[in-house]
Ligand binder design. Structure first.
Ligand SMILES: [Cu+2]
Length: 154
């Protein structure tokens, strides 16, 4: 593989840009936290990874990420999906240790996108689950056949 084809790099950049754009569009509740961080030299700045997943709460309970239902995504499967979760506001933390993008969609909520994560990233999303049975799946084309789990909220 020689780097003779700059179009490959361009394609990769476009793909990244597209993914970022999609991600931003989907995460409407993300807040632009720029004011303070922008003044920190890039070298001194840590990557903006939500290390312990804190700041993306919707203002509901403050620090409820400790109660998050942690699900790992690999290529191509979910790992560690519990059989049951407590009904009510449920935060899912998707830890994507694969290379592909993965997400969590809940069929019974009108195929609501709970959260999505690029390879190597972790993302959280909170949904309100009435007691019942829910089907979680990854809506990336081709993934659902191996990424679908049933969860009971009670
Ligand atoms: Cu997937």
């Amino acid at each position: 593989m020689s780097p003779r084809h700059p179009t490959h790099r361009l394609s990769a950049l476009l793909a990244v840009a597209l993914v970022v754009a999609l991600g931003l569009a989907a995460c409407t509740r993300q807040e632009p936290e720029i004011s303070v961080n922008e003044q920190v030299p890039a070298a001194a700045r840590t990557e903006e990874e939500p290390a312990d997943g804190g700041e993306e709460n919707d203002g509901g309970g403050g620090e409820d990420s400790g109660d998050a239902v942690a699900i790992e995504a690999i290529d191509i499967d979910y790992v560690g999906v519990p059989d049951t979760v407590p009904a009510g506001d449920v935060t899912f933390a998707l830890n994507n240790t694969g290379n592909l993008e993965h997400n969590i969609v809940i069929e019974e909520l009108g195929d609501e996108l709970v959260t999505e994560a690029q390879g190597g990233e972790t993302a959280e999303g909170t949904v309100t689950l009435e007691p019942g049975t829910y089907t979680l799946y990854c809506s990336i084309p081709g993934h659902r056949s191996t990424m679908e789990e049933v969860v009971e909220a009670s």
